[in-house]
Design a protein around this ligand. Structure first.
Ligand code: GLN
Length: 311
């Protein structure tokens, strides 16, 4: 069994990360996130057998922010199938997560579902035909079911903080609304978006929730199929090419796994067939991705030989 080796690798990485003084910078544009202690670090790996290797603050809930976009994409594809791709593209943007520039050239259709504009468009799809409260309940219940944990909740202080200060997202949503890409009232769509970004989860909960993406759409814990294999493969492809915004190329180069980051400092990474991995360290790099989170994943894939591009 690989379990003892995996456990010691995970513990060594957490130890090494604790020694480092370069931690990046905690997101400040959402006031509630600026209060998070930059010293936090958690790492959880769950392999195909269900072995859990955990180190550091693996049980500490953090704001998952844009990591939620993987799960809203999964839900929206389940609701409307490939028709989703009329509302959002699937090309890397090469632009920051909150950029507006490409929307004008592309008739309000966002480049991909992981930049803010794209995720807002995806949220709008989930919202159509529902009340905001129902749509949000659907997203939250999906997370709880995947993580097998009904205690997962939204941090209302974070949601309110972002609602007060999310001027850029308001601009993106209104701009898309002018092209008809957002169909619902802008404040409804943004309300659901801000709240799903404000879901709090620990590394353990997040790694558990991501397992279906590592195992062809099936959650090995329950044996239940969440999505068809082809869809899991495609979501992983979009995570690889777009999951870290304008840092996606660097993430593929260094880590070599599909991954999705959030400005709360979390990253969900998928080693297809092998493992679901969640890492958290609140300090960010210039692209808004967890600085030590990326370094820890780079070390993990190197030591385990898990890069999808070969050992
Ligand atoms: N809620 C954040 C925002 O809209 C999410 C950004 C992120 O995690 N990259 O700005």
């Amino acid at each position: 069994s690989l379990a003892p080796h995996l456990r010691s690798v995970v513990e060594e990485i957490a130890y090494e990360m604790r020694q480092r003084s370069d931690r990046g910078t905690v997101a400040r544009y959402i006031p509630e996130l600026a209060r998070v202690d930059p010293q936090g670090f958690g790492l959880v790996v769950i392999d195909a057998d269900g072995t859990i290797a955990a180190a550091g603050d693996s049980e500490t809930p953090f704001s998952i922010q844009s990591v939620s976009k993987v799960f809203t994409l999964t839900l929206a594809l389940g609701m409307v199938g490939d028709a989703l791709w009329k509302r959002v593209g699937r090309e890397p943007s090469g632009s920051p997560f909150n950029s507006i520039v490409q929307l004008e050239r592309e008739q309000g259709v966002p480049r991909n579902p992981f930049i803010n504009a794209g995720a807002i468009a995806v949220t709008d799809v989930i919202l159509s035909g529902h009340q905001p409260r129902e749509a949000l309940g659907e997203i939250l219940r999906f997370m709880q079911a995947l993580a097998n944990d009904p205690t997962i909740a939204i941090d209302e202080a974070v949601a309110a903080s972002e609602k007060r200060t999310g001027f850029r997202n308001v601009a993106l949503a209104n701009y898309m609304k002018s092209f008809g890409v957002v169909e619902n009232p802008v404040d409804y769509t943004l309300g659901v978006y801000f709240h799903h970004c404000a879901i709090s989860m620990s590394c353990r909960q997040l790694a558990t929730a991501g397992r279906f993406l590592a195992h062809s759409g099936r959650n090995p814990a329950t044996g239940l199929s969440v999505i068809p294999p082809e869809r899991a493969r495609r979501i992983n492809a979009v995570m690889l090419t777009c999951g870290h915004y304008d840092g996606s190329g660097e993430f593929a180069y260094r880590v070599g796994l599909p991954g999705k980051s959030g400005v709360g400092g979390g990253i969900l990474a998928i080693a297809p067939g092998r493992a679901s991995i969640a890492v958290w360290s609140p300090g960010l790099d210039e692209s808004g991705n967890s600085h030590l989170g990326r370094i820890a994943l780079e070390s993990l894939t190197k030591r385990m030989g898990w890069s999808i591009f070969g050992a």
